[in-house]
Design a protein around this ligand. Sequence first.
Ligand SMILES: [Mn+2]
Length: 249
Amino acid sequence: MATYLLSDIHGAYERLTGLLDMIKPDIEGGTDELYILGDYGDWGEKSIETFRFVMELDKSPHVHCIKGNHDLMFEEQLRNPGLLDPNWYYANMGMKTWDKYIGLKEKERLEIGEWIRDLKYSFEFEADGELYMAAHAYPYFGNRGNLGYFYTTHDAVWMRLGWDSDPFRDYHGRKKYRALICGHTITRGYYRDSGLKQAHDHNCIYKGPHFIGIDCGAKCIEYGHLWKDEARAARLAALRIEDMKEFYV
Ligand SMILES: [Mn+2]
């Protein structure tokens, strides 16, 4: 019985299949659970292949997929297909997904659209007797003053946490959770800000006191010619919770 998490694939399809070949989660037999924390497409060249592959995995009740900010931008684009959102299409490389998506048959377009729309914003799960929260960005326990505690979908997919953030600080039930596990922010920023050294200059999973960051920058891979340093450090990572073992491609 093992619990695996990975995040921020961003169209790095070969890295995804390579990583799963490495960890071989038993999601058919159901002795393992796999959580994928969002941002499936954009940046890389194989967004549609990634969607197809993850949607197939997600048919297993032991696979749990979360919505990221890129998936939310895609969803919003689908509601207004005639108006391209420049923030997604240009600034966040949505073009890598959209230009291929619009060429698909209507049946597949609808299937992908429905899958994205129905993605959840978080999961809580138990491993080794401890409770964890998984989300793309922030588990939405913000204290809104007189309004009390509530979440916004925007925070759930967009909020950037600092290396020493306690996501549960303002949440009365914080002691419930051992940690938040999220993607969204490439971990090299956490290492830089905390002064910790990463192994071999590659991006590593960040294990802070209250949250764990697992986005190791797979989105940079495709931009090696533009972002030399980032691409050199980029990896797709998976974390196994029970023994905190890290896997990289
Ligand atoms: Mn993101």
